[in-house]
Design a protein around this ligand. Structure first.
Ligand SMILES: *Cc1c(COP(=O)(O)O)cnc(C)c1O
Length: 457
């Protein structure tokens, strides 16, 4: 087999500024050991997120020039609407400025005290919007998804037995929605099988609970279905995606992921009554329903991106490039989530830094080490992001302590990725020199974005 090459060539480049470990040690200290507080000019390889960081295609840039900026009824909106309708089969399409704006609208309407939203794993902004409404979010991830080192084909699946039990316990009338996140971002970018979605659909139908898809990475998930699920090998990814959406009553989407856009999102659904309530809120918080917080040019970029992302040479390269980095790390003995996910490599920080207790945030400590050693920016997905405090002030840790290295779409080449693997392996070989951290300042919600930390020693 020959090397799988990037299915694009580069027309426009951006410089990377180089700095030294000594400079980065100071930068990290000044940023209070929080990667979100580091200036991106000071980062060599930025794997903080795959959100809004994609390289747009020449077609998307051409679309940007064709954006029509009319306040109402822009042709750019109708092109966008048509693409989303064709993809999802959902007739109602409501643009928002990003994914969390769609969530905010949906959960403001459906949430509130005494309500429960069930999911495989709620993403952090989704959970925050649910909790902000007064409702509670419950993650029901399958057992395989909680074991980082044990490979399985669909570790993003929702545990259907736990779902039935939870519905019986909380009462169907208190559950406004079940939400399946594809792929499961907080759980390692692991895919959900079509069978699991069908099974969840059947349970939802039985209890008359609507099913929504958090669709941010629908194309990556659909490609995994093609690769791993029986009966899908010869079906086009666009068709697989269409089937996936056909089981849902609606979806929320961040176009900053699988739409190659730098900003944008949408809500899509079948229910006209719910849509009317959503649009009423949209006008107050986002804008008129034919632009919803976006410029006409953004709608064009999203529409084109949604068509490009289901192209199979792209997905082949995309999924392979994540697997390539994952496998290099596995070969060197670095503990990572297996198998490779769709958009990121997840390092198991508990295993990597087994000498650091969870209440000293091993994931965050590792994020600092990758930055200081190699200028690589990553993010903790563990107890800094999801930890809670017990009544006595002790930490209730997250399910896993992971460090996510998210790979921006179409941005880095194979040599960038080779460099990343070299840095991580070098850090692994001197892991015993890394110490824990403590929080010195934090916000009540989404604290990882702004928290300030300091070394324990
Ligand atoms: C990014 C993301 C969101 C939120 O989207 P934004 O555009 O960042 O607001 C919601 N769910 C998942 C799974 C995501 O990855």
């Amino acid at each position: 087999m020959k090397t799988i090459i990037e299915p694009f060539k580069i027309k426009s480049v951006e410089p990377i500024y180089f700095n030294t470990p000594i400079e980065r040690k100071r930068i990290l200290k000044n940023a209070f050991y929080n990667p979100f507080l580091i200036h991106s000019d000071d980062v060599l390889i930025d794997l903080l997120t795959d959100s809004g960081t994609s390289a747009m295609s020449s077609n998307q840039w051409a679309g940007i020039m064709q954006g029509d900026e009319s306040y109402a009824g822009s042709p750019s909106f109708f092109r966008f609407e048509k693409v989303v309708q064709a993809l999802t089969g959902m007739p109602i399409v409501i643009p928002t400025h990003q994914g969390r704006a769609a969530e905010k609208i949906l959960f403001s309407i459906l949430g509130g005290k005494g309500k429960y939203f069930l999911s495989n794993t709620l993403f952090d902004t989704t959970r925050a919007n649910i909790e902000f409404s007064g409702a509670e979010g419950i993650d029901l991830l399958c057992a395989a998804g909680k074991l980082p080192s044990v490979p399985a084909p669909f570790k993003g699946n929702l545990d259907t037995d736990a779902l039935k039990k939870c519905i019986a316990e909380k009462g169907a009338s208190n559950i406004p929605l079940v939400i399946i996140t594809v792929t499961n971002n907080s759980g390692g970018g692991q895919p959900v099988s079509m069978q699991n979605i069908k099974d969840v659909r059947a349970i939802c139908t039985e209890h008359q609970i609507p099913l929504f898809i958090d669709a941010c990475r629908f194309a990556e998930n659909s490609y995994f279905v093609k690769l791993r699920e029986e009966g899908y090998a010869d079906i086009a990814v666009a068709e697989i995606a269409h089937e996936l959406f056909s089981y849902a009553d609606g979806c929320t989407m961040s176009a900053k992921k699988d739409a190659f856009a730098n900003i944008g999102g949408f809500l899509a659904m079948h229910n006209e009554k719910l849509a009317m309530q959503c649009r009423n809120l949209l006008v107050i918080t986002e804008g008129f329903p034919t632009y919803g917080g976006l410029a006409g040019r953004d709608l064009e970029a999203i529409a084109i991106g949604l068509q490009e992302v289901v192209e199979e040479p792209y997905l082949h390269y995309r999924i392979r490039s994540i697997e390539y980095l994952t496998n290099k790390l596995i070969e060197a003995g670095v503990p990572v989530m297996q198998p490779a996910g769709g958009h990121a490599v997840y390092v198991d920080a508990n295993a990597f830094l087994s000498h650091i207790p969870v209440d000293q945030y091993p994931g965050q400590a590792l994020v600092g080490a990758f930055y200081e050693h190699g200028g690589i920016r990553s993010v903790e997905i563990g107890s800094l992001m999801f930890g809670k405090y017990a009544q006595d002030g002790t930490l209730i840790p997250a399910q896993m302590e992971l460090v996510r290295l998210a790979i921006p779409r179409r941005v880095y080449t194979q040599s960038h990725i080779d460099y990343v693997s070299e840095v991580i392996i070098e850090v692994y070989n001197k892991r015993h020199e890394i110490g824990g951290l403590k929080i010195i300042e934090e916000a009540p919600l989404l604290r990882h974005f702004t928290a300030k930390l300091a070394p324990i020693n």
